[in-house]
Design a protein. Structure first.
Length: 398
């Protein structure tokens, strides 16, 4: 069996996407200037990859389903109860505009929420649906360009100082609520009446220059809050840079986000890898459904600043059983046992299967923007040659 299968993947045209970054990486034209937000690589039902097998085009899920033990490996197939499933979902993500501030549930919360909404008869495609599946969604984002994000609550003292610098007597109650904890603080902020919300956003937008001059150490905070307020002029989440950490990733740096961490991706192109789920609880900066009660139920209300991660030597140091993320340059040997998906982000690679004793070596050529599924059981049997940068999503081993 040839272990490498080229993929054709589904693009998501969400409004916050870029019309340029993903098409450029894929080598595609975009004459309609549509926003390309995400490219999904995997077997999630809302965005299945396609591949070729014996001259026919089939879904990656169908390919795996023909022999789960063969394609996933016995251990992974057993964990998936024989289902034609990968434990991870791999993406390109292009944020030209800010995504909603959001968080993802734990596995227990996802299972309970999915069952609860099923029992209530909420259609899977309903806009008010919170749980699209019964899985959790830990995730890692790795920058392909300079990438700006927010993630995790700041320390309480810093939030208090930022709100003090921001001013506005009408926020005194929100600031005072910090004495009762981050949950009370966030509840007070989102309970502001519409007129106060509008004035707060107006203040953020019109006082940006003054705030940058009086508190220049927080210039990024004031500029980001002003941009949010101009885009969402009645949304208290415009003040999220005052209570969430702003994080700037350079190319090749990554961020891991466990369950319950409030975050938002603001600007940049990256590869994103997560457990195979699309469960999102939103809190603002969006026109989509916001369920604050459920969001507050799944949030972790403690200060947390994610570490900026670098590959060591090729794998990003993330402990997660569903996935691992690696980056490879120019040449190497694939050494992981489980199934994997790779995408070439620069150059061209030849993936050669077989060894010196195998006279039937095969080579799969992949150029920039192309991706492939690697069947399990090929550790040490695939060599990668060329002038390239590629990212590989594999199984996590904890």
């Amino acid at each position: 069996m040839h272990p490498v299968f080229k993929l054709k993947n589904q693009v998501k045209h969400y409004a916050w996407g870029s019309p340029d970054w993903i098409p450029k990486l894929l080598g595609e034209k975009n004459p309609d200037n549509k926003p390309y937000a995400e490219l999904w690589m995997g077997v999630h039902r809302d965005g299945q990859s396609q591949t070729g097998c014996n001259g026919k085009t089939i879904s990656l899920a169908e390919l795996i389903g023909r022999d789960a033990a063969l394609y996933l490996g016995k251990a992974s197939a057993s964990a998936a109860a024989g289902a034609a499933s990968l434990p991870f979902l791999f993406k390109l993500l292009a944020a030209d505009k800010p995504l909603s501030i959001q968080a993802h549930p734990s596995l227990e919360q996802a299972r309970a929420g999915f069952e609860r909404e099923n029992s209530a008869g909420v259609p899977l495609d309903a806009p008010e649906r919170n749980y699209k599946d019964a899985n959790h969604k830990p995730e890692i984002i790795c920058a392909l360009t300079p990438f700006k994000a927010m993630a995790g609550f700041r320390e309480t003292d810093e939030i208090r100082a930022l709100f003090g610098a921001f001013g506005m007597k009408s926020l005194a109650g929100v600031k005072a609520a910090l004495d009762s904890g981050l949950k009370a603080f966030l509840q007070a902020l989102f309970a502001l009446p519409p007129e106060i919300r509008r004035r707060v956003c107006e203040h953020a937008a019109t006082q940006e220059r003054r705030l940058c001059e009086s508190h220049p150490q927080y210039r990024d905070v004031w500029e980001t809050a002003a941009s949010f307020a101009e885009r969402y002029p009645s949304d208290p989440a415009a003040l999220s840079p005052l209570y969430l950490n702003l994080i700037f990733l350079e190319k090749g740096e990554a961020l891991f986000l466990p369950a319950g961490v409030l975050h938002a991706y603001i600007h940049g192109l990256g590869v994103e890898l997560m457990a195979n789920s699309d469960n999102v609880l939103r809190g603002g900066l969006t026109s989509k459904c916001i369920d604050l009660q459920e969001l507050f139920h799944i949030l972790t209300f403690s200060a947390f600043k994610p570490e900026i991660l670098h590959p060591n030597p090729s794998k990003y140091p993330v402990t997660c059983k569903e996935f691992s993320l690696s980056v490879m340059y120019d040449q190497g040997v694939w050494t992981e046992d489980g199934p994997a998906i790779l995408i070439v982000t620069q150059g061209e690679v030849g993936v050669v299967s077989g060894d010196e004793k195998n006279s039937e070596k095969t080579e799969t050529k992949l150029k920039q923007g192309e991706s492939a599924f690697i069947a399990a059981g090929n550790a040490g049997k695939l060599s990668l040659n060329g002038n390239f940068i590629l990212y590989i999503a594999g199984i996590g081993f904890v």
